[in-house]
Design a protein around this ligand. Structure first.
Ligand code: NDP
Ligand code: CA
Length: 318
C-alpha cells in the first residue's frame, strides 16, 4: 500500500535536429545519508519507518536502475562499501568514493561510517584515465567538504571528458564559504584542463568538456552560482533547459519539512561545458501534487533531494 513512485518524463530538447545516436546519461543525486536521515535531519512529517535503511536502499537502487545513467554522481553516501560499490559493480559500474574528513554521520549512534561523494561510471561506455579526491579549501584553509574529479574516455568516440561530483557546505550564514569552495573547485578544474591541453597558456574553454554535478546548498541568487555561470570555463546549468525561456532554474530540487518550517529550494545542479556538450533531454521535476503534502522524504521517495537526470552529446568540433 505504499504510494506509487513518481512518474517523470524526459523532455527532449532537440527534436528536428540530427538525433544523437547514443547520448551520455548523467544523474546527480543527494541520496540522504542514512545516519543523517534517521539521526539529525528531523524530517517531522516523515514516518521513521519510511527512513529505515531496509526500505530506503531498494528505493534508491530502483531510482538509479529506472534511468540507468552512464555517469552517476551521488552525495551523502554512507553505504558505499557495503551497498553501492558492490551492487553497482555487479551492474557494470566502476566507481570512486571520497568520504568527508569530519562527516556529521559520525556523531550519530550506530552510524555506518562517514558520508561522502561517490562517482560511478558505466565501464562499457567509459574508460578511466585518472581520478582525484579533492578536499576543498577556503582561503587556503582545508574545509570539511570534498569533490571527486575523474577523467574519462568515451570508448565509442574516443573523446575525453572530466566529470566532478561535490557537496558544498550547508546552511544559511555560510554563503561566503560555499563561494570560496566553489572558487577552489573551479581553480582545480582550470588547472586540470590546462594540464590536459599541455600548455599553461591554453584557453581553458578550448579543450576538454566538463560536467560538474553537485548539491551546492546554494540557490541561484547566491554568489557561488554566479561564480560558476561567469567562469572562464564557459559553464551552463543543464536544468535551465526545462524552463519556458530556457534561462530559469527549476522552482525546487529539494522539498522538506523540519521543525523550523518548510524548505523548498533549488540547490542541486548539473553544470556542463556549453561550447562542447549539448543537452539532448532533461528529466522533469515532479509536481507539488506528486510530491504530496508531507513533502520529502516519504514512503514513495527515499531522499529529501530529487534526482536530476539529463542526456548529453558531444558537439561537433569546429
Ligand atoms: P554541513 O553544515 O555542510 O551539513 C552536514 C549535513 O547536515 C548535510 O548533509 C546537510 O544536508 C545537513 N543539514 C543541512 N541543514 C540541516 C538542518 N537544518 N538540520 C539538520 N541537518 C541539516 O556540515 P559540515 O560538513 O560542516 O559538518 C558539520 C558537522 O561535522 C558538525 O556538526 C560536527 O559534528 C562535524 N565536524 C566535526 C569536526 C571535528 O573537529 N570533530 C570538524 C568539523 C565538523 P544538505 O546538504 O542536504 O542540506
Ligand atoms: Ca542532507
Amino acid at each position: 500500500d505504499r504510494p506509487a513512485r513518481f512518474h517523470r518524463k524526459f523532455i527532449n530538447l532537440n527534436d528536428g535536429d540530427s538525433a544523437p545516436s547514443s547520448p551520455i546519461r548523467v544523474m546527480q543525486w543527494n541520496i540522504l545519508a542514512q545516519a543523517l536521515g534517521e539521526g539529525l535531519d528531523n524530517f517531522v512529517q516523515c514516518p521513521l519507518e519510511a527512513l529505515s535503511w531496509s526500505r530506503r536502499k531498494y528505493l534508491i537502487l530502483e531510482e538509479i536502475l529506472t534511468y540507468r545513467p552512464h555517469i552517476l554522481c551521488l552525495q551523502e553516501v554512507d553505504h558505499y562499501y557495503d551497498t553501492f560499490q558492490p551492487v553497482l559493480a555487479g551492474l557494470g559500474y566502476s566507481s570512486n568514493f571520497c568520504p568527508k574528513p569530519w562527516s556529521p554521520c559520525l556523531d550519530v549512534e550506530g552510524n555506518n561510517g562517514p558520508d561522502g561523494c561517490a562517482l560511478f561510471f558505466d565501464q562499457s561506455r567509459f574508460e578511466l584515465l585518472d581520478s582525484m579526491n579533492i578536499r576543498l579549501s577556503a582561503m587556503r584553509i582545508p574545509t570539511n567538504q570534498v569533490a571527486v574529479v575523474t577523467l574519462l574516455r568515451c570508448r565509442s568516440t574516443a573523446r575525453c571528458m572530466c566529470v566532478t561530483v561535490t557537496h558544498l557546505k550547508a546552511r544559511s550564514g555560510w554563503e561566503w564559504l560555499r563561494s570560496a569552495q566553489g572558487s577552489d573547485l573551479l581553480r582545480h578544474l582550470q588547472n586540470l584542463v590546462q594540464k590536459h591541453a599541455g600548455s599553461p597558456t591554453a584557453d581553458p574553454s578550448s579543450d576538454i568538456p566538463l560536467i560538474i554535478c553537485g548539491d551546492f546548498n546554494a540557490i541561484p541568487a547566491e554568489e557561488v552560482y554566479r561564480r560558476f555561470i561567469t567562469s572562464p570555463l564557459s559553464l551552463d546549468s543543464a536544468y535551465k533547459k526545462l524552463s519556458q525561456d530556457g534561462l530559469t532554474e527549476p522552482e525546487y530540487t529539494t522539498w522538506k519539512i523540519r521543525p523550523t518550517g518548510e524548505c523548498c529550494a533549488t540547490l542541486d545542479y548539473i553544470w556542463y561545458s556549453r561550447d562542447k556538450l549539448r543537452v539532448d533531454a532533461v528529466l522533469e521535476i515532479p509536481t507539488e501534487e506528486q510530491i504530496g503534502p508531507n513533502r520529502l522524504p516519504s514512503f514513495s521517495y527515499p531522499s529529501d533531494h530529487l534526482s536530476l537526470v539529463c542526456d548529453f552529446s558531444f558537439k561537433e568540433k569546429e
